[in-house]
Design a protein around this ligand. Structure first.
Ligand code: HEC
Ligand code: HEC
Length: 149
C-alpha cells in the first residue's frame, strides 16, 4: 500500500502514472482491504494533472479507498456477521451478531449498549441508528476494485 500511496502522492507533481498499472493494481486486488496504514490523503486538486479520465477516476478511488478500508470503518463493514472493535479490528466483545435487520439479535440489540450519542466516560460510541452495514457493504471481504464495482 505504501508503494501505491507513494505513487498517488507523486501525482501532484504532474507525472501521470501508467494507467494500466493503476487499474491492474485495483482490479487484481493488490490493494487489499487491510492494507491502509497511512493516514494522509492527497487533495483532490492533486489529481487534476492526470488527463486520462479513467486513470484519474482510478487514482481518486484508490485514494478514497484508504478511508473506506481503514480498520475503524471496516469494524461495521466486516466480512461476516460480527462487528469488530478498535484500530486492530478485533472481533467484538462481548460476541454480538448482525441479526435479521443489522441491529443485532432479538436478545442482544446494539442499542442495549450503544446509546444515541458517544458516551466518553465509558469510551462507548453511540448513534440513534447504530447497527452493522448491510451485507452488500461487507467491504472487509472485498478488494478496492470489487468495492468500486
Ligand atoms: C456503527 C457502524 C458503522 C461504522 C463505524 C461505519 N459505517 Fe458505514 N455504514 C453503516 C451502515 C449501517 C450503513 C448503511 C446505511 C443505510 O443503509 O442507510 C453504512 C453505509 C455506508 C456507506 C454507503 C452510504 C450510501 O448511501 O450508500 C458508505 C460510503 C459508508 N458507510 C462509509 C463508511 C466510512 C468511510 C466509515 C468510516 C469512516 C464507516 N462507513 C463506518 C454503518 C457503519
Ligand atoms: C453488551 C454491550 C454491547 C452490545 C450489545 C453491542 N456493543 Fe458494540 N461495543 C460495546 C463496547 C463496550 C464497545 C467499546 C469497546 C472499546 O473499544 O473500548 C463497543 C464497540 C463497538 C464498535 C467499535 C467502534 C470503534 O470505533 O472501534 C463497533 C463497530 C460496535 N461496537 C458495533 C456494534 C454493533 C453493530 C452492535 C449490534 C449488532 C453492537 N456493537 C452491540 C458494547 C456492545
Amino acid at each position: 500500500m505504501s508503494a501505491i500511496a507513494g505513487e498517488v502522492g507523486t501525482l501532484r507533481l504532474g507525472s501521470p502514472p501508467p494507467l494500466l498499472t493503476l487499474i491492474a493494481l485495483v482490479l487484481t486486488g493488490s490493494l487489499s482491504a487491510h492494507a491502509a496504514t497511512d493516514n494522509s490523503l492527497a487533495a483532490p486538486d492533486g489529481f487534476a494533472a492526470i488527463s486520462v479520465v479513467a486513470a484519474r477516476s482510478a487514482a481518486l478511488f484508490t485514494e478514497l479507498g484508504k478511508v473506506l478500508t481503514s480498520p475503524r470503518c471496516l469494524n461495521c463493514h466486516p466480512a461476516g456477521d460480527r462487528p469488530r472493535q478498535g484500530d486492530g479490528g478485533r472481533l467484538h466483545q462481548p460476541p454480538v451478531f448482525r441479526g435479521t435487520d443489522g441491529f443485532g439479535l432479538a436478545s442482544m440489540r446494539c442499542s442495549t449498549c450503544h446509546g444515541s450519542a458517544n458516551f466518553a466516560p465509558a469510551r462507548m460510541p453511540g448513534h440513534p441508528a447504530w447497527h452493522l452495514a448491510p451485507q452488500e457493504m461487507q467491504w472487509e471481504a472485498k478488494t478496492l476494485g470489487e468495492i468500486c464495482r
